[in-house]
Design a protein around this ligand. Structure first.
Ligand code: NDP
Length: 328
């Protein structure tokens, strides 16, 4: 067995956290030969439910779990970690406007960025799940000046998996036959799920799904609003699939999945004409050992450009609304 790697999870007693920590402990995050130390982080109010989660982890008797700790102290929780999954975020309260949620979360993620800067392992990778994930990643990174912006990733893998699922259903093929589906931009209703480069069983998806109207009027809005569809059916927000996507993201970054295009929101470098300094979802290739690179120079048609600009515009507005928390 490989010597332990340290993984921190914030919001560990929440819905997503609950589904997430069991799967991390069972070895699905970093591989079945990798020992794990788990640092569970919660607010003061979350410490009591978290103690129940700790008990359940103990009762799972997971052979790969060499240590578990629980804390509300960020520096302690992020001490020397290899990976952090930032799930905890302020919930959308009744009557709360998007900008109120943005401000409440920006404060949380500014603090977390500072603590990561002081305490996290030098090569750590940080996955932001808590919403608004892209802008939270920006705020955390800006408050962690000694870390590379590329160490922070905001999750859009769930959107990509949702999109792949809908394509597989439409084409009546297993989901494993669908690849190169891209999510561009924000993890919000402005995201652009793009099939221009997608393949089904190795063939260009658009030669199989020829109905552009279905793509524009059904597929895209359905991916954008899939979260709401799950809430309506389940009476609670999607937690297991969000946890699953977080596991997929980090597993692929850690172990590599070089043959796939994986959507991740990463700091823009100007590619595709997207403004610098926002966390914008693009296709990436994960080479393993914690390295990833963006897929560059894809041809972008007029419709895609319009959709990509709309989600860019929203991210710029989000950044502008939290400027007071960006030290740079
Ligand atoms: P969840 O575990 O359901 O959600 C946590 C965050 O993930 C939310 O911001 C949620 O956004 C987001 N999210 C991203 N993708 C999805 C998805 N597909 N489905 C649902 N949510 C998604 O929230 P809980 O309220 O159950 O748990 C949050 C926990 O975080 C609480 O226990 C709280 O105490 C803790 N917390 C911890 C902090 C810390 O450790 N410092 C700080 C703040 C809170 P959305 O709201 O849009 O659904």
């Amino acid at each position: 067995l490989l010597p332990p790697l340290k993984v921190a999870v914030t919001g560990a007693a929440g819905q997503i956290g609950y589904a997430l920590v069991m799967r991390i402990a069972s070895g699905e995050l970093l591989g079945k030969d990798q020992l794990i130390e788990l640092n569970l982080i919660e607010t003061e109010a979350g410490m009591s439910p978290l103690s129940g989660v700790m008990m359940e982890l103990e009762d799972g008797a997971f052979p790969l779990l060499s240590k578990v700790s629980a804390t509300s102290n960020l520096n302690e929780g992020f001490g020397d970690i290899d990976y952090a999954l930032l799930v905890g975020a302020s919930p959308r309260g009744p009557g709360m406007e998007r900008k109120d949620l943005m401000a409440a979360n920006a404060k949380i993620f500014a603090e977390q960025g500072k603590a990561l800067n002081e305490s996290a392992g030098i090569n750590s990778k940080i996955l932001v799940v808590g919403n608004p994930a892209n802008t939270n990643a920006l705020v955390a990174s800006e408050n962690a000046p000694d870390m590379w912006p590329e160490q922070f990733i905001a999750m859009t893998r769930l959107d990509q998996s949702r999109a792949k699922g809908l394509v597989a259903e439409k084409a009546n093929v297993p989901v494993k036959d669908v690849d190169r589906v891209i999510i561009w931009g924000n993890h919000s209703a402005t995201q652009y799920p793009d099939l221009s480069h997608a393949r089904i069983g190795g063939k260009w998806a658009k030669s199989i799904i020829t109905d552009d109207k279905w793509i524009r009027n059904d597929f895209i809005p359905r991916v954008q609003k899939r979260g709401a569809e799950v809430i309506d059916a389940r009476g609670a927000s999607s937690a297991a699939s969000a946890a699953s996507a977080a596991i997929d993201t980090i597993r692929d970054i850690h172990l590599g999945s070089p043959e796939q295009w994986l959507s991740n929101a990463i700091p823009s470098d100007g590619s595709y004409g997207i403004a610098d300094g926002i966390w914008y979802s693009v296709p990436t290739v994960c080479e393993g050992d914690s390295h990833y690179r963006r897929v560059k120079n894809l041809p972008i048609d007029e419709y895609s450009a319009k959709m990509m600009n709309a989600t860019e515009k929203e991210l710029i507005e989000e950044r502008d609304s939290v400027r007071h928390l960006l030290p740079g």
